[in-house]
Design a protein around this ligand. Structure first.
Ligand code: SAM
Length: 281
């Protein structure tokens, strides 16, 4: 929602977050969603989809580092990684910091998001032309159905559970992720704000993750331009524990090239406030 020189994201019926805009860089519609890129006064470039903040230049590193490095610093040999969504490229950029990754498949339904990210968001899309990256313009649902037991790690870098993104939070989607993972595979997905999406987190955890994976867990990070600032990530794992099986050497090596993630954050991010523990215990 634009108002004079401000962009407002409607976070709840009675709450908005606003950013003063210098300039609207791009505004248009793809087949799937409204796409806007703003130059903001304080957060740098900002990508919104259907008027929901996806990426800001100032804060995106937190989200992309925490979605990626927790599983990749636990799995002993993450050679093949799948990203579902993630068209801005930030998650792929973080994945390729791990030398052992041989192939990163980016399955993004909307080519427009990739194209506009390449054109206007160089800080997230910088690795999308890397030879290790295989971009598939496809619905993640369909791609998973056709790719069983193929991936060591699957990262679901989705939009919010509305519109096109809603089905990436449904039970059969998690079953497809489970089946597309190798026998020691790990699934991590952004699971929204514990302040705003209690029921979603509870359902996803108890009705999907726990029923499909031997190990399931939730961790947190703090992303100022996401609703309420506190953000959660869900983990389903067939073999490795996302906290206890941290490979410290990997974390120390990656932390030379990160601004948020390090081995201490890796351990601390699984510490949950009581109101969040209640959702997943
Ligand atoms: N990385 C950003 C962040 O920091 O939160 C946001 C994620 S990215 C922009 C979300 C992407 O998920 C969008 O580009 C959207 O087109 C894509 N998406 C939504 N539903 C999808 C589906 N069923 N299959 C593949 N991609 C999908």
């Amino acid at each position: 929602m634009r108002y004079k020189d401000w962009f407002y994201e409607q976070q709840t019926e009675n709450q908005r977050i606003g950013f003063r805009i210098k300039e609207t860089i791009y505004s248009g519609y793809s087949k799937y969603q409204k796409i806007d890129v703003y130059e903001t006064e304080e957060q740098g470039r900002m990508l919104t989809l259907d008027d929901l903040i996806m990426v800001s230049e100032k804060f995106e590193f937190v989200y992309h580092e925490m979605l990626t490095h927790i599983p990749l610093c636990v799995h002993t040999n993450p050679e093949k990684v799948l990203v579902i969504g993630g068209g801005d490229g930030g998650t792929v950029r973080e994945i390729l910091k791990h030398d052992e990754v041989k192939k990163a498949v980016l399955c993004e339904i909307d080519k427009e998001v990739i194209d506009k990210s390449k054109e206007y968001l160089p800080f997230t899309s910088s690795q999308l032309d890397n030879p290790k990256v295989d971009i598939r313009i496809q619905d993640g649902f369909k791609y998973l159905k056709d790719n069983k037991s193929k991936f060591d790690i699957i990262l679901v870098d989705s939009t919010d559970p509305v519109g096109e993104g809603a089905k990436l939070f449904e039970k059969d989607f998690y079953q497809l992720c489970h089946d597309a993972l190798s026998e020691d595979g790990m699934l991590v997905f952004q699971s929204e704000s514990p302040f705003l999406h209690k029921d979603l987190i509870k359902d996803v955890f108890h009705q999907r993750l726990e029923q499909l994976f031997d190990i399931s867990s939730l961790y947190l990070s703090f992303i100022p331009d996401y609703p309420m600032g506190m953000w959660s990530f869900g983990v389903g794992s067939k073999k490795y524990h996302p906290k206890n099986d941290l490979i410290t050497e990997k974390a120390d090596k990656i932390a030379k090239n990160t601004r948020y993630y390090n081995k201490d954050i890796h351990k601390a991010c699984f510490a949950l406030p009581n109101f969040v523990k209640e959702l997943v215990d």
